[in-house]
Design a protein around this ligand. Structure first.
Ligand code: TYM
Length: 347
């Protein structure tokens, strides 16, 4: 056992999560991730939130668009309630330890593990997987590094990231086992709340996504009040009234989705929403959802637009966040190199 790993490790309660700045934040990103990041700010945890630009370029990103999207995502975080003096807010490429630990984890993780990732399979389904970037395949090793380079203990994400977080635990466990240390924590996924999987407004069997060809399928965080109202009014539903209990929504995915969205926006449980609105037709429920969504979302899009008028201030926030991040990542990477047996620079 190396000296570095010999001391029993205790881990500070620390939250890490990331979002790709690949353009077009959706209501799914907001309810499944950002809103919950805001809720986790507070005395219980150190909170670290990252714009994962190195992940975004695993598929082609126009350089100017990447810059703009990174700033817009930062504006989205702040407009939604992330306080950059409390949470650490930064873009991944400014903290080189992510990529450095990512390489080590590429040597810990196995090809078979990566090949079993459903996101890899979905992204290459029906396409020529040979033509996908090597980075897209290795993506989850970098994601594990994002988390473990902070020794993060909790990672709030939407349901679609669950498998990647299981892999993160596998990588931590294999590293600890291979080197005979207790160095990396087995991080807890935090997949909670009414909207861990927000579905398309046009098809209740598909995830709401920025890559859906139909703009009517999603609410974008930059949509104004009129666009939000129109998309909810036109959302696919069914002719039945809302039932008395959630069980009655089992075979009604579109209806269930709108109830979940309402619940998450109102900070209520889906059970509460159903009991308050039982018996209502969508002609009644949708206007209530429009009012709630506009009330909660329109101020965020207005604030995002205001923040985007001062890109220099956004860049200052990202730079300051990266400097704070490196105070945590540099010692953890140094210790990891030591465990692995890399010769350090002379003192
Ligand atoms: P990304 O950028 O695709 O999505 C960011 C976050 O939004 C959540 N999300 C949703 N939640 C509910 N319903 C939806 N329809 C929906 N769409 C997206 C995602 O679950 C995610 O929490 N691999 C990650 C980024 C990442 C990361 C990390 C996350 C890189 N490193 C380390 C956590 C920790 C991704 O592509 O998320």
């Amino acid at each position: 056992m190396s000296e570095a790993g010999a001391t029993p490790t205790s881990f500070t309660p620390r939250v890490f999560s990331g979002i790709q700045p690949s353009g077009g934040l959706t209501l799914g990103n907001y309810l499944g991730a950002i809103k919950r990041f805001v809720d986790m700010q507070g005395p219980e945890f150190e909170t670290i939130y990252c714009m994962v630009d190195l992940h975004a370029i695993t598929v082609w990103q126009d350089p100017e668009a990447l810059t703009r999207n990174t700033r817009e995502l930062c504006a989205g975080f702040i407009a939604a309630g992330i306080d950059p003096t409390q949470s650490i807010l930064f873009n991944q490429s400014q903290v080189p330890e992510h990529a450095q630990l990512g390489w080590l984890f590429s040597c810990v993780a196995r090809m078979g593990w990566m090949g079993r990732m459903t996101q890899w399979k979905d992204k290459t389904a029906g396409k020529n997987a040979e033509a996908a970037s090597l980075g897209l395949f290795a993506y989850p090793a970098l994601m594990a590094a994002d988390i473990l380079v902070y020794h993060a203990t909790h990672v709030p994400v939407g349901e679609d990231q669950k498998q990647h977080l299981e892999l993160t635990r596998d990588i931590a466990a294999k590293f600890n086992h291979d080197y005979g240390v207790d160095f990396f924590p087995l991080t807890e996924p935090v997949i909670e709340g009414a909207a861990t999987r927000v579905m398309s407004l046009r098809d209740g069997s598909k995830k709401m996504s920025k890559s859906d060809p139909s703009d009517m399928s999603r609410i974008n965080m930059t949509d104004d009040a009129d666009a939000i109202a129109k998309k909810i009014r036109k959302a696919k539903t069914d002719p039945e009234p809302l039932p008395e209990t959630l069980d009655g929504l089992k075979e009604r995915p579109e209806a269930r989705n709108l109830v979940n969205i309402y619940a998450a926006l109102a900070d209520q449980s889906a059970e509460q929403v159903i009991s308050d609105h039982a018996g209502q037709q969508f002609g009644q429920f949708k206007p209530a959802l429009v009012d709630l969504a506009v009330d909660r979302l329109a101020p965020i899009s207005t604030e995002m637009a205001r923040l985007m008028n001062d890109p220099a201030e956004i860049d200052r926030i990202l730079g300051a966040g990266a400097a704070r991040a490196r105070e945590i990542t540099a010692p953890i990477l140094r210790k990891t190199y030591d465990i692995v047996g890399m010769v350090p620079p002379p003192a």
